[in-house]
Ligand binder design. Structure first.
Ligand code: TYD
Length: 135
């Protein structure tokens, strides 16, 4: 239905006594052309972000700092991914309902996206989302 396309991406990790380093390159690690990045931070305890799906946009989500959970639902199955490593990316294709919760203090979510921002690309009505997945 969609969740089988979700992929866990292990990014390079250069361990160093002076501090570790990770990176990503579009052509090596990202399964789409990068059009945008954004980040989520200063999330008050107990808050939930997201609660929508995208028609077109695909994303890689990384917990650069702290931790949070990504709850994905493709209309059939729900799956929770706990992100807490800065070298681990979760690829979420379009057409998946998602929200983010359980943000730790100082959590920093970094998102690499395949499209420029467009409010029209959002589906925020879960019932409508479900009806579309059944077509
Ligand atoms: P939104 O994606 O709706 O956040 P959430 O899904 O957590 O509710 O984004 C919140 C606001 O920020 C919304 O008004 C749109 C704006 N926004 C941009 O202008 N550009 C962006 O790249 C993103 C992700 C959001």
């Amino acid at each position: 239905m969609g969740l089988e396309k979700v992929k866990e991406i292990n990014l390079p990790k250069i361990l160093d006594e002076r501090g570790n380093l990770s990176f990503l390159e579009e052509t090596k690690h990202i399964p789409f052309k990068i059009e945008r990045t954004y980040w989520i931070y200063d999330v008050p305890g107990g808050e939930v972000r997201g609660g929508h799906s995208y028609y077109e946009n695909e994303e890689i989500i990384i917990a650069l700092s702290g931790s949070f959970d990504i709850v994905l639902n493709d209309g059939m199955i729900q799956k929770v991914f706990s992100l807490n490593r800065s070298y681990y990316g979760l690829y979420v294709p379009n057409g998946i309902w998602r929200h983010m919760e359980n943000f730790s203090t100082n959590a920093l979510g970094f998102i690499v996206a395949s499209t420029k921002f467009s409010a029209n690309d959002y589906e925020r009505d879960f019932e409508k989302y479900l009806s579309l997945t059944k077509k």
